[in-house]
Ligand binder design. Structure first.
Ligand code: AMP
Ligand code: DBH
Length: 546
């Protein structure tokens, strides 16, 4: 059954793999087999609710088998990469499980991604297919597909859920199921995206064994069962709502996934009431909006048992409001698509739940908190978080040079997060060493934006940093040095942002503020002093607020 390993994938060393199997973390089950098992156990239970559509486990399983046959007919094979950019619709699950069945690898793009990001994923992963919806939230993904095709060099099959226009309709691929060998559990199942810090997003290879372990253990920690009704309000392909424990955790536990087309209270609250939702997950800015909207008490949210908040730091003040204002328990979640996920637990006291970002899933998650010289800090002190374990990758996909920096020689992943660890193992995230802006859970790699800005003929140099924001936690500020040529001084921030938009990048990456300067402050070794730039803009904002 097993195929030759995917080129560009860094496996765990054999002794670790053996240990993770012996400990029962890696069970040898694939996602395809899991769905089959659940469909056999309780075929008539509802698995997915999407608008008026309600798919049982049997129906989801049948669709996955039929699409697996259709995908095979059009030439998709094991290890072929397929960029999947779908909104929160039921087809996401039919498509993913069909790809899992044949061993083809979804590359999980977000709905916000545009020509530049999608073009990069397609080219970098040498994707064979690109799967989209026709339109969503007023945006036409078929037009995006045309642009990606026009710019790309390799052949790419475009498959559309909905009105396919000139492309292949997903509906035409529901064939009669056929025998398919399928992948082994040790094989890569998909490529998840990293938030990135250097240039464009890296791709993260996750195996069936390692990911299913994190999903299963997460479902157990979070107490999911057949009675769980999970509202998927964040983008379905994001690692948090997908796996922590997310939709996959709910399907593992035999519960029901309700897809929300939008995470705002106006759309989500009626779904919570109608479906008796018990759990959902949000990023901090959305959690704040939910808290404020819940105060109006126009909707019955009494079914909610737990609200998970993660993706960015949730302020203790907001955390302490959740129980009183939403009437449910808070769980903080600190995770990463690269692996390690931390949860506060049911039996943690109030203080721990409001002030920490949880502790790791697994007894075999190895956590190190190190200083700048890679030496352990004193217990409880702030340091760099490094980790290694049964569901944390040993390398990004096809990125040997980056991997040499992002991982230690003994396989620890340098998360780029600054943390303190309590004696109980709980982590408090307190800053970041990576060159990234965490815009309310949406990650922006500074260098990527700097490169787009540098492409503008009037820009001599650019430095992108985080600035504080009451709502998002952080926003993006771009400091720009213009070229000395006459005329350049008349460039306006809106023109630069217009230039970025024309390059086709996700809206959340467009700088929130542009500041023109004559020079950048430098560090002792002559690098741009981003800390000084962050302090400069924070101070300006504070003064302006007075
Ligand atoms: P990514 O690597 O794109 O999957 O993003 C993961 C990163 O998001 C982590 O390394 C943290 O920087 C950040 N993050 C996720 N959850 C939290 C949280 N609860 N508190 C603070 N930062 C978080
Ligand atoms: O931010 C993240 O990437 C994230 C947050 C919470 C994540 O990947 C996860 C849980 O699994």
């Amino acid at each position: 059954m097993s195929t030759t390993p995917l080129p560009g994938f860094t496996p765990w060393p054999a002794e670790f793999a053996a240990r993770y199997r012996a400990s029962g973390y890696w069970t040898g089950q694939t996602f395809g087999a899991l769905l089959q098992q659940r469909a056999d156990e309780h075929p008539q239970r509802e698995a997915i609710v999407c608008g008026q559509r309600r798919w049982t486990y049997a129906e989801l399983n049948r669709r996955a088998n039929q699409l697996a046959a259709g995908f095979t007919r059009i030439g998709l094979r094991a290890q072929d990469r397929v960029v999947v950019q779908l909104p929160n619709i039921a087809e996401f699950f039919a498509v993913c499980f069909a790809l899992f069945r044949i061993g083809a690898l979804p590359v999980f793009a977000l709905p916000a991604h545009r020509r530049t990001e999608i073009g990069h994923f397609c080219a970098f992963a040498e994707a064979r297919a690109y799967i989209i919806a026709d339109t969503d939230q007023g945006f036409d993904y078929r037009e995006l597909a045309r642009q990606v095709l026009a710019a790309g060099s390799q052949p790419l099959q475009v498959i559309v859920a909905g009105d396919a226009a000139e492309f292949t309709a997903l509906d035409s691929l529901y064939d009669t199921p056929c025998e398919i060998a399928g992948p082994a559990a040790g094989d890569v199942a998909f490529l998840q995206l990293s938030g990135g810090s250097t240039g464009l997003s890296k791709l993260i290879p996750r195996t069936h064994d390692d990911y299913l372990y994190s999903v299963r253990a997460s479902a157990e920690i979070c107490g999911l069962d057949a009675a769980t009704v999970y509202l998927c309000a964040l983008p379905v392909a994001h690692n948090f709502p997908l796996s922590s424990p997310g939709s996959l955790g709910v399907l593992y536990a035999g519960g029901k996934v309700v897809l929300a087309p939008q995470p705002n209270p106006a759309v989500s609250f009626p779904l919570v009431t109608a479906e008796r939702v018990t759990v959902t997950s949000l990023v901090p800015p959305l959690a704040m909006i939910w808290l404020d909207a819940a105060a109006a008490r126009q909707h019955d949210l009494s079914s909610l048992r737990m609200l998970q908040v993660g993706g960015a730091k949730f302020a203790a003040e907001a955390a302490s409001r959740v129980q009183a204002e939403l009437g449910c328990r808070l769980q903080q979640v600190f995770g990463m698509a690269e692996g390690l996920v931390n949860y506060t637990r049911d039996d943690d006291n109030e203080e721990i739940v409001t002030t920490t970002q949880g502790r790791p899933i697994s007894p075999d998650d190895e956590v190190r908190v190190l200083d700048d010289e890679d030496q352990p800090v004193a217990p409880g002190e702030l340091g760099h978080l490094l980790t290694r374990g049964p569901y944390t990758i040993r390398g990004y996909y096809l990125a040997p040079e980056h991997n040499a920096r992002a991982f230690t020689a003994d396989g620890f992943y340098r998360t780029g997060d600054l943390v303190r660890q309590l004696p109980s193992g709980h982590l408090i995230v307190d800053g970041r060493a990576k060159d990234q802006i965490n815009r309310g859970g949406e990650k922006v790699a500074a260098e990527e934006i700097e490169n787009y800005l540098l492409a503008h003929p009037a820009v001599h140099d650019a430095a992108v940093v985080a600035m504080p924001d009451a709502y998002l936690g952080e926003k993006t500020c771009a400091f720009i040095i213009l070229r000395g040529e006459p005329g350049n001084q008349a460039i306006r921030p809106a023109q630069l942002n217009g230039f970025l938009r024309e390059r086709g990048i996700a809206q959340f990456k467009i700088p929130d503020r542009i500041v023109f300067v004559d020079r950048f402050p430098k560090t002792g070794v002559g690098k741009v002093n981003k800390r000084a730039l962050r302090e400069h803009i924070s101070q300006q904002l504070a003064e302006a607020a007075q």
